[in-house]
Design a protein around this ligand. Structure first.
Ligand code: SF4
Length: 361
């Protein structure tokens, strides 16, 4: 396995690609890496610094925790105050600031908030605590949602009545369309998320290239995966070859994971969703369908997810649209640090602000 990874970190091959890219002499290009894992990898390996100034990499809205709006966090905080409720969530969500506090703070003052590694752990808790309601904070893209769907399916099959999910699941296609149509943003090409593509396949991204005239590449996460993908993308754009290339074919297929898609849409259906910084995007989210709606925590506990303002001074929304860099935010490294985050982009392990803080520009 070690050798396998080493092949994707080969210094000589990296140098050849960097040399090739440094010869690029065309117009300035703006390339968006949509996925938070790519953002982290680009910062971690210092890839931005290896590119000529004419090739700019901007980060997109591919961190699921970051795009979850403050209003959702406020609803989760409200639910955690209710008697006999156990809130279960992935670790990053505990530290995202709501308007008044965080789930970590609620836990410190005695509310029952527990971190889990999988929604299936939340189901175990529901079985072990029949006198309590276990609510799982259902956040994530197509990568995470199939296992959440499986969990809700299992809860229904077992007849569990004390388990529910507070949904804020998102799907990538409509968000990509919104960004591709944004003339102010003016993206020349996209590096698409390898994880999401493994589930949904490449057809949608091919359509973006064909119909919206935006070149794209599906990339893996090692330094060579990313640099090689950028090289191909730049070459294609320069030649007017506006297509999608799948550079992660060791994982991603045209059809994607049809079993995972099937399970996801057995339990969920498309719904409008609010993205932090971008706002409401039609059909860019998921809600439980009629057969599973009794597992919807918002309906079960009559939680109305109301719009809440984003933290004062936080530019996370602009960062998620690729319009600003973390260093353009006055709070970056001053009032906002990983120990004391003001916005979601500094909390998440895939957040752009956290990546800039940890690894520099
Ligand atoms: Fe928001 Fe902090 Fe990022 Fe500024 S540095 S945009 S306050 S998360």
């Amino acid at each position: 396995m070690a050798n396998y990874i080493d092949e994707f970190r080969d210094k000589e091959v990296i140098q050849k690609i960097v040399d090739n890219l440094s010869n690029y002499s065309g117009p300035n290009l703006k390339i968006m890496e949509v996925c938070g894992t790519h953002t982290m990898a680009i910062s971690r390996y210092g890839l931005r610094s290896l590119l000529p100034k004419s090739i700019e990499l901007v980060s997109g809205p591919g961190c699921p925790v970051c795009v979850t709006p403050t209003s959702y966090i406020d609803s989760a905080l409200q639910l955690s105050d209710k008697k006999d409720i156990i809130i279960t969530t992935f670790g990053d969500m505990m530290r995202i600031p709501g308007n008044e506090s965080t789930l970590l703070y609620k836990k410190a003052i005695g509310n029952n908030v527990q971190m889990v590694y999988s929604p299936l752990n939340a189901l175990d808790l529901a079985r072990e605590n029949p006198d309590k309601e276990v609510v799982f904070l259902s956040v994530g893209f197509e990568t995470t949602t199939p296992v959440i769907a499986l969990t809700v399916y299992k809860a229904k099959s077992e007849g569990l009545n004390n388990f529910s999910v507070l949904t804020a699941n998102k799907t990538m296609p409509e968000a990509i369309k919104t960004l591709a149509e944004d003339s102010e943003l003016d993206i020349d090409g996209f590096i698409y998320p390898g994880h999401v593509s493994a589930i949904i396949g490449t057809d949608f991204f091919s359509n973006v290239a064909y119909n919206m005239k935006k070149a794209g590449v599906v990339a893996g996460f090692e330094p060579l995966d990313i640099l090689y993908s950028i090289n191909i993308l730049v070459k294609n754009i320069s030649n007017g070859n506006i297509i999608l290339e799948n550079m992660y074919s060791r994982i991603v297929t045209k059809e994607g994971n049809t079993k995972a898609q099937q399970k996801m849409y057995e339990v969920f259906q498309a719904a409008d969703a609010v993205w932090r910084g971008i706002g409401n995007i039609k059909n860019s989210g998921l809600e439980l369908n009629a057969e599973y709606e009794r597992f919807d925590a918002a309906k079960k506990f009559d939680i109305k997810i109301k719009a809440s303002p984003e933290p004062k001074g936080c530019q996370c929304g602009e960062v998620l649209k690729g319009k600003k860099r973390p260093i353009d935010c006055k709070l970056f490294k001053t009032r906002c640090t990983p120990e004391n985050p003001v916005g979601a982009c500094m909390v998440s392990s895939e957040g752009t602000c956290a990546a800039y803080y940890k690894y520099g520009e």
